[in-house]
Ligand binder design. Structure first.
Ligand SMILES: [Mn+2]
Length: 317
């Protein structure tokens, strides 16, 4: 029975799952992300909002061999092993009625995490909406990418485009339909990737859209159609944020959401009441300045779980 004072009724217990790896990235250092988020106080910050939080520690997997790509993929066997571990952990927590928070690690891990969420939703008859907050579309394939870094491919793999070891991770290919995904904050898409995103019909709220219509309108549209039976998964790549406020990522792209825009984005997601799982990925402490990007990520995640400046309508109900 839930007896924590101030805890929202029916709030599930959140579980932190660390996945300290950078096997899918082009820079080393995202493997230190889980610890930086802990040092920035993620667990007490969430607990201060009445949420019950368990830190399940870190998953383990192979070291980063730091080798060139083979047949278009870099470190594919290692990426598969890490994603299997993430899949099992996230699926296990969802099956127990908990809310998994994946602490990456690079964004290739979104594959294991979202595949697990998709399987859970198929089995429980829930609708699924995935919000992909990112500077990049992550819709590359081995034919399109010169680097072979799998952190540029997870959305394509989730939609069934990629190696069978990754597209079939959750036992169902594709794991997702493009119409279940909304991408927000996008501002760097490779040439071939642009064509593929268009062909697949992904709904993208890129920075041009946010400049022209505002974050509020982007989020109203991205969250449209959610109902009580919808599981909302947020895959938060920290490079979504403008590098002026969030320098601690491997691939900084200028012109991202400001602090206020990012807060509004998170608060509107919280207001939906549908958040069921979260990834926090690509935080790279080796490139950060006195852990400020981790502190900012914690601040934003607090908003995602309902911190707001004033008491809003939903708190008074
Ligand atoms: Mn990403």
């Amino acid at each position: 029975m839930n007896t924590t004072p101030g805890r929202p009724p029916h709030a599930p217990t959140a579980v932190l799952i660390g996945a300290p790896t950078d096997v899918g990235a082009g820079h080393r250092g995202a493997s230190m992300g889980p610890e930086a988020l802990r040092v920035a106080g993620l667990q007490p910050a969430l607990e201060s909002h009445g949420l019950q939080v368990i830190d399940s520690g870190n998953l383990s997997g192979p070291n980063n061999p730091w080798k060139p790509p083979v047949d278009g993929y870099r470190h594919l066997p290692e990426v598969v092993l890490w994603n299997q571990a993430v899949f099992d952990a996230v699926y296990g927590e969802l099956a127990q009625g908990r809310l998994p928070i994946l602490l990456g690690g690079d964004h290739c891990l979104g594959l294991g995490s979202v595949s697990a969420v998709a399987k859970h939703c198929r089995e429980t008859g829930k609708k699924l909406r995935v919000l992909w907050l990112d500077a990049h579309a992550d819709f590359n394939t081995s034919e399109l990418t010169p680097s072979g870094n799998v952190h540029g491919m997870p959305v394509a793999c989730l939609c069934g485009l990629g190696p069978a070891e990754l597209t079939g991770l959750g036992g169902h290919t594709p794991a997702l339909r493009p119409d279940q995904i909304r991408q927000i904050g996008i501002r760097s898409v490779d040439e071939g990737e642009k064509r593929l995103v268009h062909e697949q019909g992904l709904e993208v709220f890129d920075m041009r859209f946010i400049d022209e219509h505002g974050m509020r309108h982007a989020m109203v549209q991205a969250l449209a159609g959610l109902d009580d039976n919808t599981h909302l998964h947020v895959s938060f790549d920290v490079d979504f944020l403008d590098p002026e406020i969030a320098p601690g990522v491997g691939t900084t792209i200028p012109g991202g959401p400001t602090y206020r825009e990012a807060q509004l984005c998170m608060e509107m997601i919280a207001d939906s009441g549908c958040l069921g799982s979260l990834d926090i990925v690509e935080l790279n402490p080796a490139l950060d300045v006195r852990n400020k990007t981790a502190v900012l990520a914690v601040d934003l995640v607090e908003s995602l779980f309902g911190k707001s400046t004033l008491m809003r309508e939903r708190d008074r109900r």
